[in-house]
Design a protein around this ligand. Structure first.
Ligand code: 5GP
Ligand code: ZN
Length: 117
């Protein structure tokens, strides 16, 4: 873990291996694991190993790391489906964010409709 890891953060615990997860891919600074409640044939969460609260903070703090998140999402979609995917960041509780460690939802493996609300 890193000095920025939050002892009470679920995704920091997954990164540290203290909570089990179905890891499907990883790079030096990013990990990808299956969502526990999948909403599509492929539903994977792509998470920087370092703790940032949301995607806006990540983009402002380390844009290269955000680019690594997008690159790992692309890799996951290429390995688990046809390579096409939707990447969703819920930013803030009113947008549906429930875990406050930034994560991109990779949604893939089906023809996707558009019903965000
Ligand atoms: P959010 O609502 O913050 O955008 O997304 C959080 C996601 O984390 C949800 O889709 C939820 O199903 C998933 N999730 C919550 N707890 C766990 C867990 O313990 N393990 C895994 N793999 N996913 C989780
Ligand atoms: Zn965290």
């Amino acid at each position: 873990s890193t000095s920025s890891a939050d002892a009470d953060c679920l995704f920091c615990k997954i990164v540290a291996g203290h909570v089990p997860a179905d890891v499907v891919a990883s790079s030096e600074r990013v990990i990808a694991f299956r969502d526990i409640a999948p909403q599509a044939p492929v539903h994977v969460l792509v998470v920087p190993k370092e703790h940032y609260g949301d995607v806006a903070v990540l983009a402002a703090s380390d844009p290269a790391l955000l680019a690594e998140v997008v690159a790992l999402a692309d890799e996951v979609a290429g390995e688990l489906s046809d390579g096409q995917f939707r990447l969703i960041f819920n930013n803030g509780p009113h947008a549906g964010q429930s875990v406050f460690h930034v994560h991109g939802h990779v949604i893939s493996g089906a023809r996707l409709g558009w019903t965000p609300a």
